[in-house]
Design a protein around this ligand. Sequence first.
Ligand SMILES: [Zn+2]
Length: 518
Amino acid sequence: MGCGEQSAAAERLWLRRAVVLTMDPARPAASAIGIAGGRILAVGDDEEVAVAIGPGAAVVDCAGGSVVPGFIDPHVHLLALARSLSSIDLSPPAVDSIAGLVAALRAGRRAAAGTAWLRGHGYDDALLAERRHPTRWDLDAVAVDRPIRIRHRTRHASVLNGAAIDWIRARAPDLLLASGVERRARDQAPTGVFYELEREITALVPKPSAAEALAALGEASDLLLGAGVTAIDDVSASTGAAEANLLRAAVGTGRVRQRLRLFWGAEGSDPPAAVDVVGIKLMLDEQAEPGSAFIPRLEAAHRRGFQIAVHAVEGSAIAIAVAAFEHALGRWPRPHRHRIEHGALCPPPLMDRLARLGLTVVTQPAFIAHAGERYADLVAPSERRWLYPLRTFARRGVSVAASSDAPVGPVAPLAGVAAAMHRRTRGGRPLNPTEALPFEAALGLYTRAAARACASEETHGAIMRGRVADLVVLDRDLTRVPAVEIDAARIRLVVVGGHPVKPGALGDRGPVIHRAVA
Ligand SMILES: [Zn+2]
């Protein structure tokens, strides 16, 4: 196929013999899609679409596999995901003990020789056999001559080895006096475990060059594309001007191929007009006090017309956010797409207020499988009922979208779709099975509802005439496989803005694309 033919193929596509799940209530199912000029031209049966698209279009034979709207992930940390790709994976179940963690770091050390920082991520103290965080002494068994930093799965704690603690002592000695620095009882020596000091530690670790950072962002984008993700919102508390400009450059140079919207995260500053952000990310944790800087920041962002995404995991934080939104929207009403990020534990009285305000909860169903054991242990039995209450949210009229929170959670939307349906932890324990969603509703979390969360429901999130042609072609009919097998489906082709991306490189075999004879 010559270059000219390839671009012509990208121009007009006829997907046929598919089980199309359109997410359009007016026409939920179809067998074919016609694409022209980056938009969906026709949705219907094979003959209808053949007539609409005309002769000469490139044909994709979907062989009975599902075609769904391109997945939209409204809560990703793209720079962190990119960094995680050059960091050693310490996540369970592969790493389930401190000895295993040390072995994984040693293997990573051999693979990346030198004296640069060695980085690891994803360990979970609750899922290690020892049920504790590793310490600097554990990590010193890996290397004493190069700094090591490993990050907890939640990204709320890091462990540093002796060389890394020395590095910090030489540059920011006061940081070692912070209250988040864990100390050994006997002599008050830092154990190497640092809680809630992620930003401070990151600021001291040498940064990759711009070229390295762009290349890593390209890898992160490819990883997401391979999982069918065609649009993302980056919602990172660390995003300031430098981060926003780097992410924009990654899109501008074609490294990041998804549609990308950015939220500003840097606390204590507002985005300059020159920086292209759509919204503001605000953090609220369990210790948040009503009356802190949070409320004036939320009101200012609302009045400036920004979309607001508030990190609020459980009831008390959600309640503070809801009260602040009630006040802001009551005093300065306007159309909005404001959001609660996570909302993992949400009792019903709050749901009614969320629904009334038209707030969207952007939650992470994959955590039911990924971290469900931990939640079930940590959350009081009386509250456990309201962990990821996806069905009750829907019944009470709360708009809910799903996201990966990558790199905290797995990037694959199908992992979240499956978990929203089966509601089992990785250990097989059911977590509020009455909150299980049927397939179409679970798929909607990453398509139609996610488009609304990203203020793009007019152009994305459904397969309808006139919409942007973002699609995922799967190797099987997802409506006919049990929930536990949903995430075993292979992605055969991703179409972004009408362009087939990496056919054949995704999954095992790409679909056949050939030129229609008639
Ligand atoms: Zn997040």
